[in-house]
Design a protein. Sequence first.
Length: 315
Amino acid sequence: MPHEDKLRALEEKAAELRKLVEGDGLDLREELALLERKISELKRQHYAALADWDRVQLARRLDRPGGLSFVQALAEGFYELRGDRMLGDDPALRGGLARVGGRPVAILFHHRGGTPEEQRACRFGMATPEGYRKALRIMDVAARLRLPVVTLINTPGAYPGVAAEARNIAGAIAQCIAAMISLPVPTVAVILGEGGSGGAVALAAADRLLMLENATYSVISPEGAGAILWKDAGAAPKAAQALKLTAPHLRELGVVDEVIPEPLGGAHTDPEGTVGAVRAAVLRHLQELDAMPLDERLHLRYKRYRDVGRQDAAG
């Protein structure tokens, strides 16, 4: 029987015992404690052996921590800046000024939406040119105020609509990448869920790139790769493995600087713990970057993206 089936059976049994303890007053605490230890051990075994496709599913969960609620928990005094000062505002890519651990920062993040209506309005975190041009505006504010930039990434990719193409989505993304490479302030990017294509890279060209344990980062979705390489979108699990899109693989390749562990079962099981882990990692990396002279930091950032993915540059 697969681990998940065993887990489901044990959790149902544990629920029955809890009802007996709470409802009938039976003293089954010892049996319940033993069962809960067994459940915990099975969970550790199950999540230690997750396939890449399993991690893709965890990264895509609608209840995965992210967006505005994540920023409000992570930071104090978030003050949002809206609009690109050219055409409009984009709710899928948001940002502003805040304090993280008491430290002033500029923060940019994808917002996928909470309710079905909001998810449709935010296009599940797929930003338009207005979103990326707003991000450029906030990066410029950060540079002028000498504020570090923190980006939180969770998007399937930039919005692929005809109107977005007409308003030069590719150019807006390219401008974001160029700006992040040359920003004179420390930059830390964290991939919280999906890091898809140029829509993610636009906010990921930072001094330090971190990923939650079950996040993904890839130039194409597994379904897209399956359709192209095997002429079958159903080959997504095979494509996910070939793409090496998960945090452990990318750490080995030197693409990612740190993999932030998630609570057992995934980030959605303990949003507060996940926020705390991200905050601690971001502050630690910002402190390390503070100690570097500007010229050295810019040189290492540029070199990092010239060498990215090379085996001899990993480590």
